[in-house]
Design a binder for this molecule. Structure first.
Ligand code: AMP
Length: 205
């Protein structure tokens, strides 16, 4: 599972690692954005909260993740991006994976100043959700149009950072003493970060 503030590169890294290990990338943010776009009952319930940068409630998101992790494609492993974000979510995750190989925690470290700088210019694909890298107005993965993410507006980013500090950062303490906890410097070039993660994970397996 990937830990770290918004903009640390969790999604970008998970997409690279999914290709390398051929395991599913489970992004709760992407699942929720799809539900909002499709106008499902879940999407309607969470749209306003997501727009403000707040967290949707633990019970609801845990149900979404529990159902996803029950799918057979996760049997060989999975990359979890955006969950858990609170201590109760982490406790639920420990229960969900208790009969599987140990959870490896990849904590991507990035300063708040760098988060704000990155998110101010982030563009994402409106079709596949990939973060855009490089120049141009089309996604390099699927050719879809690139747009800013609705919750990357500066006021919302500041709220997401506050929420991260208050509710998600305690997870560093929760996981920090486990032998499977890996700290990764997220300020390096994306390919270097990927290499560092691969080395860290492969030394655990
Ligand atoms: P992300 O794409 O991971 O930055 O998630 C976008 C938004 O989805 C967050 O700001 C939250 O509103 C919501 N969200 C995603 N994952 C969770 C979670 N584990 N718990 C609560 N809310 C979540």
């Amino acid at each position: 599972m990937m830990l770290g503030p918004p903009g640390a590169g969790k999604g970008t890294q998970a997409r690279q690692l999914r290709r390398k290990w051929d395991i599913p990338h489970i992004s709760t943010g992407a699942m929720l954005r799809e539900a909002v776009a499709a106008g499902t009952p879940l999407g309607r319930a969470v749209a306003g909260i997501m727009e403000s940068g707040g967290l949707i409630n633990d019970e609801l998101i845990t149900r979404v993740v529990t159902e996803r992790l029950a799918q057979p494609d996760t049997k060989v492993g999975f990359l979890l991006d955006g969950f858990p974000r609170t201590i109760p979510q982490a406790e639920s995750l420990d229960r969900i994976v208790s009969d599987r190989a140990p959870l490896i925690i990849i904590d991507i470290i990035l300063t708040e100043a760098e988060v704000i700088r990155r998110l101010a210019s982030r563009m994402v694909c409106s079709e596949c959700g990939a973060n855009a890298v490089g120049e141009g107005s089309r996604c390099i993965d699927c050719g879809g149009p690139l747009v800013p993410r609705a919750d990357d507006r500066e006021q919302v980013v500041l709220n997401r950072l506050k929420v991260y500090r208050e509710q998600t950062e305690p997870l560093v303490e929760y996981y920090g003493k486990r032998p499977t906890y890996c700290r990764i410097d997220g300020a390096r070039l994306p390919d270097d970060v990927t290499e560092e993660i691969i080395t860290a994970v492969e030394s655990q397996t």
